[in-house]
Design a protein around this ligand. Sequence first.
Ligand code: CAA
Length: 240
Amino acid sequence: MARTALVTGGTRGIGASISKELKAAGYQVAATFAGNEEAAAAFTAETGIHTYKWNVASYDESKAGIEKVEAELGPIDTVVANAGITRDAPFHKMTPEQWNEVIGTNLTGVFNTIHPIWPGMRERKFGRVIVISSINGQKGQFAQANYAATKAGDLGIVKSLAQEGARYGITANAICPGYIATEMVMAVPEKVRDSIIAQIPTGRLGEPEEIARCVRFLADEDAAFLNGSTISANGGQFFV
Ligand code: CAA
């Protein structure tokens, strides 16, 4: 039977590529979105991938949404916690709202996404947990104290779950994308973006598909011995 994968933020940007890659690999895919109904409808029309609307920052919405996905598609054995937002500002200008929004989506949202799925993975003795962190969780970034804090925190979640899940056949791994050609990066002022590209030895932004292929690799049953690891896919911009 086809495995079922949940991809949060799975209708746009890196998440859309991940959803498509997993579908091409034979998974049943549920892709979530927070608000952009139009983009989600267009995505389903184009790909045939099921979409579900909920806010990952809400535990109750996440739990109810996951129950619906499991009732319709079957138990989720692969979860890709990808949904993320930015609210960039230099620290002296960062508001508590900007801090809390990013923490709610990028950090608490990862808890909310994995926690309701975890008991089923333990029972079935199989699971693949993949968290999309960021290069900026590894190195920090000007104007991203909030975002960098969440992405570093995500690595802590992964390393802890790797230890807890191992005896149940569950792996937990992270991917730290560098700067990828998505709306999020295109929203960075052009001058700043150009200066960032100048720091990437590969000399270009990454493509969302390059991250999706990392997810496919980690999700495979054959990747059972990769646990607690971080794949840095950043064109050589930063080495850990
Ligand atoms: N390093 C050093 N200085 C920087 C800088 C950087 N990366 N970015 C901006 N600055 C400087 C500016 O040159 C400017 O300096 P001056 O005052 O001397 O001209 C100053 O900081 C900006 O100060 P402002 O008070 O004008 O800043 P602002 O309130 O207008 O905010 C900003 C502007 C939000 C910082 C904007 O520059 C920005 O968006 N920067 C990009 C931040 C970034 O890289 N975000 C990553 C988004 S992509 C992502 O997050 C995906 C991923 O995982 C990789």
